[in-house]
Design a protein around this ligand. Structure first.
Ligand SMILES: Nc1ncnc2c1ncn2[C@@H]1O[C@H](COP(=O)(O)OP(=O)(O)OP(=O)(O)O)[C@@H](O)[C@H]1O
Length: 395
């Protein structure tokens, strides 16, 4: 069983109250302020509790999310940029290459149509990782790079910018190859390419993912291929739909997810071996443990390695409270009391089991609140849709 502080994980827009006023109001609903994160609560659930029907508890049957699904959800949840205050750790294999960073996109001397695309996406200044990565990625001769930083720090935008600045739209053949671990992640990258490259004329992208097929003896004319390793290997090596030796830029995104997916690592290595020696290779990963590091170093010769330490979530402006409840009905009462005294714009309530979540959602809906249910039985697409609707303020 969990306490209310597990239920009420994040609330925002708690009316116009100042934090101290809020504490006063909350004390009236018997909330205690926590010195430490959520206390444990041993109280047994009342008979009416959905948790009490343990034997048939469907939550035990929850299929865990795959690494790729987690990564996709994280990408969607974190729509905005995470601006890190952490120092970058930079390792250079080539002692002669200059180490510098830029504070503006203009300083990168991008093609005007590309700069326009960047600005239209609302990017006014490079993110921390972009400041250091971009001058190196865009330098001539090109440098290889391994970059590790958590999701949302601007890696996709950094390699997309590099792909788009190196591609020659007047040549109708693949010059840029980007590998992603899943169909969904490939599409996400394609969307960024489309937005950022919107003003580049004659540029097109071909997805090499499940469901995409080509007639034998066809040649791909799109300049950028974004795909999953198996399909790309088939198209490049087995069917020769494009010439791997003409690739100028090779990106391997989500390397940590890649190695967690059966077969992807081998396929990626086989693709990499067919690339020309002057091809620029970039590898990105949210984590960088030993296995990822070994794979990265196999894939990327002579790289600049950039690592950005994970940003600790700051709790400075978040006050935590808890209510001691004997059972789940008391918990519901506590939630209702809070809703009774504070105007809550939006809230996320985390429950211990999906059954509890469904029960609570139904009870709250009956009280006239707009509630969305997000739990294990939904597909990734359904979850994304709920998150989108939440973001749009529907709940
Ligand atoms: N320089 C920037 N200024 C403002 N927003 C940015 C900038 N760079 C990226 N973003 C935005 O920040 C979010 C995260 O960026 P991006 O997807 O490139 O990060 P990432 O490290 O690849 O994370 P993920 O793996 O989750 O995609 C995106 O919404 C992107 O549009």
């Amino acid at each position: 069983m969990t306490s209310l502080s597990d239920w009420i994980a994040a609330t925002k827009n708690t009316s116009a109250l100042k934090p101290d006023d809020l504490i006063d109001v909350l004390s009236n609903v018997n909330l205690k302020q926590a010195d430490t994160p959520s206390p444990t609560e041993d109280a047994k659930p009342a008979p009416s509790s959905p948790d009490s029907s343990a034997p048939g508890n469907k939550d035990e049957e929850d299929k865990p999310l795959s690494v790729a699904e987690k990564s996709l959800l994280q990408k969607i949840v974190r729509r905005g940029l995470i601006e890190s205050k952490q120092e970058l750790e930079i390792q250079r294999k080539d002692p002669h290459s200059p180490l510098y960073s830029v504070k503006t996109f203009e300083a990168l001397h991008l093609k005007p149509e590309l700069l326009k695309g960047v600005y239209e996406m609302g990017f006014y200044a490079p993110s921390k990782i972009q400041e250091t990565a971009l001058p190196t990625l865009l330098a001539d001769p090109p440098h290889n790079m391994i970059a590790q930083s958590q999701s949302g720090t601007g890696k996709t935008a950094a390699f997309t910018l590099t792909m788009l600045s190196r591609v020659n739209p007047s040549i109708q053949e693949p010059q840029v190859l980007c590998l992603a671990p899943t169909y969904e992640l490939a599409i996400q990258i394609g969307e960024v390419v489309a937005k950022m490259g919107k003003h580049i004329t004659d540029l097109s992208v071909r997805y090499a993912v499940r469901g995409e097929n080509l007639e034998r003896n066809k040649k791909i004319t799109e300049q950028i291929i974004i795909g999953t390793p198996g399909k790309v290997l088939d198209w490049g090596l087995k069917y020769r739909f494009f010439d791997l030796s003409k690739i100028k830029v090779f990106v391997l995104d989500e390397a940590d997810v890649m190695i967690a997916t059966q077969g992807h690592q081998d396929f990626s290595i086989r693709i990499q071996k067919r690339l020309p020696s002057d091809c620029q290779i970039m590898l990105f990963s949210a984590t960088y443990d030993k296995e990822v590091m070994e794979f990265a170093q196999d894939m990327v010769p002579n790289p600049l390695i950039i690592k950005l330490k994970r940003e600790e979530e700051s709790l400075d402006n978040i006050k935590q409270h808890y209510v001691m409840c004997k059972n789940i009905d008391e918990k519901f009462e506590a939630v209702s009391n809070i809703y009774g005294v504070v105007t809550i714009g939006q809230a996320m309530i985390f429950c211990h089991t999906r059954k509890t979540a469904a029960w609570l959602a139904e009870k709250m809906s009956k009280e006239g609140l707009n509630v969305g249910l997000l739990s294990g039985e939904l597909t990734v697409e359904q979850r994304l849709s709920i998150l989108d609707r939440f973001r749009e303020g529907e709940f």
